[in-house]
Design a binder for this molecule. Structure first.
Ligand code: 26Q
Length: 811
């Protein structure tokens, strides 16, 4: 379809008239948003159909990315970009006196994820479609995404995220493709034709109704599918069995309890909850997803023994690890394969990414609860476990009970999902070099010793289409003007910018763009927080989920140190800085919530202290999420990536910031190390214990935070301020922070790294004062960011793990 500005204008006007019965001059922003999305769908659907037809016709191998989270953000503008009509659309709208940015604001973020893991899934969807991987997302259509955060009196308060309040124009409900998911009941074993049969009976059925969203590739006419399932009660159960017996209210209660499965996303991103509803969600996703894949597979008319030649299933952490027993169940109980054949297919279909090494976050399920909710699946896991343990006994670990019980899938009345995922898959990967090394050397060492070939690294990436082209259009324009446009399809070509690193004219333009982005963010801050910040100050930004290991506290302590120094000595020399924070705390994570309160309390005090003469401003931006990130990141000078070494598997915010020209202030953790290797150590500011020092100190148990408290007057002052009445908060309120650092010996080494952090911050300041130097660093960061495009990551998954042949001409 040829598109031009006039055609788009005509289409919008017509769409408003025929679909919404309104003239353009009376149309609301919402009307325009729907009109625009609906005419885009006309452009998208044709290619969607074609892509699907082509996949079936050519029997191309398909990958299904199973994830409990997809943090997609807004789709309107990114679809416009990928279709290739953003600019003409913007002009067309302008001629109709409509500002595309205002229309975009109407759209609600699709916030079906907690943070890194969910956003990674979204970036992968964009990259798969764009580099030509036949790949689809499979997830849950939560009625409520991650809670909306409001700050009330300095505290986080959670509100439901009603993202579906208005109709979602991007999804198509496909009721006819619904599948049944079965919970509870019992399994009867019978013998038939000399084989055991497993009859699942007295179960409760839940209908999994798919909603499909098109995933548009960048200017390549390819459209993949994000399929999210919603839980509905089966009409006959709900209408007849209860209703007809006069149990009217009970019928509704029943319906409600079934539908609760897809009601809400769990908001904890690192604490294992072990809840029954969460287990239901996980099985619901996996069972619906695999049944739906089976249907597609049948269309290919290939022998079931070859399943894994046509289908790859990738699981995003262990949350969908029940894919292993569920695929076994379907192959054995429904397709009548024997155990060995089914196992061969399963273990060659599934691959697994680990995203965390923190043991608190490893999923485990209580056997009793599991058995009663999923009796057949439990039998299969038991069998997998027995066979695995027997194999260990017969091969490498004869007589070694300890080893075998450490590696078992079921032990101490718990099912260990990570062990299930590793045993049942052919590939296990970490998400940055250090992370993968730690998995091999420590957390999963036993499994690495046993299955060395399964382990591999895939360093994370981000979509440069969303995190540069969409969020920073002016920088994109400058890049295009300077080095042409081939970096869009091959982002490592951004390296061509390095040639201009010392070019004063280019540096000046980079600076101007950053300034404009900072002014825009300042306006948002003024509007949302009522705080005036100076775009001439250093924008020092720390945005991510709130977690002790991410050490927002370390940042706060440095600010308190600067503040104390300025109060003591008004001539204390600092370059003006704006410290910007954002991030949600899990609703049950008290310590994280207290840290939010501390930031806000400190902000109030500092921002209103005239003695400080505006040299420091502190802003906590509420409800940090994808869209806010798109406004914040392009305005950053400093990117805070300061987790306790070994704790952050990768981080992906770090990549977004560097791609937008911020300088990273980093510990040697996760992908910060890969970033350092990409930019060179002169173009990043590193501090703190390295991995070896951390592990030594940790293992020797010789760390004593009290000593630091006693010997560093800066720390003593700050900690006493927390405990004493320096902050006008409820008595003892902030002392849980004090206690964690002193009484509980500072598990995350905040005090330990403090001195090194202060020095690194001083270094940042000196570098910033040296304008050509800072601008050069900024250019080097942008120019080196191409390898952190998720296009590269997905390419590595597709060729290295999923065994696909790609021929798109770029990679
Ligand atoms: C588990 C059980 C019950 C309820 C919730 C959960 C749960 C949910 C989400 C556990 C963990 C998560 C999310 C983890 C996550 O986002 N990890 C991050 O993944 C990123 C992408 O690989 C990395 O960059 C980050 O380093 C890692 O923290």
């Amino acid at each position: 379809m040829r598109l031009n500005k006039d055609r788009i204008k005509r289409d919008i006007i017509k769409e408003l008239q025929t679909e919404r019965a309104i003239n353009i001059d009376e149309a609301s922003k919402l009307d325009i948003y729907y009109a625009l999305s609906s005419l885009m769908k006309n452009y998208i659907y044709e290619n969607w159909l074609k892509t699907n037809r082509q996949y079936i016709r050519n029997s191309e191998k398909q990958v299904y990315y199973f994830s409990m989270e997809f943090l997609m953000g807004k789709l309107l503008v990114s679809n416009l970009i990928n279709i290739g009509i953003k600019d003409i659309c913007q002009e067309a709208l302008k001629e109709l006196n409509i500002d595309l940015n205002e229309i975009e604001e109407i759209e609600k973020d699709q916030g079906l994820g907690n943070g890194g893991l969910g956003r990674l899934a979204a970036c992968f969807m964009d990259s798969m479609a764009s580099i030509g991987v036949p790949g689809h997302g499979c997830g849950i259509r939560y009625s409520y995404g991650l809670f909306e955060q409001k700050i009330v009196d300095g505290y986080q308060v959670e509100f439901p995220d009603k993202w579906l309040q208005n109709e979602n124009p991007w999804e198509i409900k496909r009721k006819e493709k619904s599948v049944k998911v079965k919970f509870g009941g019992n399994v009867r074993v019978i013998e038939e034709d000399g084989r055991l049969k497993f009859i699942h009976e007295n179960y409760e059925s839940v209908l999994a109704v798919p909603y499909d969203t098109p995933l548009v590739g960048y200017k390549n006419k390819r459209v993949n599918t994000l399929r999210l399932f919603s839980a509905e009660a089966m009409e006959q159960d709900f209408d007849f069995s209860n209703f007809s017996r006069g149990k009217y209210i009970e019928a509704f209660e029943y319906k409600h309890s079934i539908e609760s499965i897809s009601q809400v996303l769990y908001p904890d991103d690192a604490l294992e909850a072990g809840r029954n509803l969460r287990l239901k969600q996980e099985y619901f996703l996996v069972s619906a997803g695999i049944q739906s894949i089976m249907r597609t597979f049948k269309k290919l008319k290939k022998p079931i023994e070859d399943f894994h030649e046509y289908i790859a299933i990738h699981i995003n952490d262990t949350h969908p690890a029940l894919a292993v027993p569920e695929l076994m169940r379907i192959l054995m109980d429904e397709e009548n394969l024997g155990w060995d054949e089914a196992w061969n297919i399963t273990a060659n279909t599934i691959s697994y990414t680990n995203h965390t090494i923190m043991s608190e976050a490893l999923e485990k399920w209580d056997v009793e609860m599991f058995k009663s909710l999923l009796p057949r699946i439990y039998m299969i896991i038991s069998e997998i476990n027995e066979r695995f343990c027997r194999e260990l006994w017969n091969t490498k670990y004869y007589g070694d009970f300890d080893k075998i019980s450490q590696m078992a899938i079921i032990a101490h009345n718990q099912i260990r999902m990570a062990h299930l995922a590793i045993v049942g898959s052919y590939s296990v990967n970490g998400v940055a070099k250090l992370h993968t090394e730690l998995l091999k050397k420590q957390e999963l060492k036993d499994f690495y010793d046993y299955y060395p070939y399964r382990f591999n690294n895939k360093t994370n990436g981000i979509s440069h289409r969303r995190w540069l082209i969409k969020s920073n259009p002016k920088l994109t324009e400058l890049i295009n003007e300077t080095i042409g446009r081939d970096w869009i399809n091959l982002p490592t070509k951004l390296r061509k910018l390095l040639k201009y690193r010392n070019d004063p004219a280019f540096q000046e333009r980079i600076y101007q763009i950053k300034q404009n982005n900072k002014i825009k963010l300042s306006n948002i801050i003024r509007e949302k927080n009522g705080i005036d910040v100076d775009p001439g100050s250093i924008f020092d930004i720390h945005v991510k989920r709130l977690h002790e290991y991410k050490r927002q506290l370390l940042n706060v302590f440095h600010i308190m140190y600067l503040y104390n120094s300025l109060r003591e000595n008004p001539h204390f020399d600092i370059y003006p800085r704006t410290f910007i924070f954002g991030g949600k705390a899990a609703p049950s994570y008290n310590m994280a919530k207290q840290i939010i309160k501390l930031i806000n309390t400190l902000a109030d005090k500092v921002n209103n202290d005239s003695r400080i003469k505006d040299k420091i401003k502190i802003v906590f931006m509420e409800n940090y999420g994808v869209s806010l990130a798109e406004d914040i990141i392009p305005a950053a000078n400093v990117s805070q990536q300061i987790s306790t070494t070994t704790k952050e598997a990768s981080g992906t915010g770090n990549m977004k910031f560097m791609m937008n020209g911020a300088i990273t202030l980093a510990t040697l953790d996760g992908a910060n190390i890969d970033i350092k290797n990409a930019v060179g150590e002169e173009n990043i500011v590193v501090f703190g214990l390295n991995e070896k020092e951390f592990l030594e100190l940790y293992r020797s148990g010789s760390y004593n935070s009290m000593e630091l408290y006693n010997n560093d007057i800066r720390l003593k002052t700050i900690l006493n301020q927390l405990k004493g009445g320096f902050f006008s908060v409820k008595k003892d309120e902030l002392s849980i922070i004090y206690d964690s650092l002193i009484k509980h010996n500072d598990e995350f080494f905040v005090l330990k790294d403090f001195d090194s952090y202060v020095k690194a911050q001083k270094k940042i300041e000196n570098l910033y004062r040296n304008k050509p130097k800072w601008r050069e660093m900024s250019i080097v960061n942008i120019g080196s960011s191409g390898v952190f495009s998720s296009d590269r990551t997905v390419y590595e998954y597709a060729t290295g793990i999923w065994k696909m042949n790609l021929h798109n001409g770029y990679y």
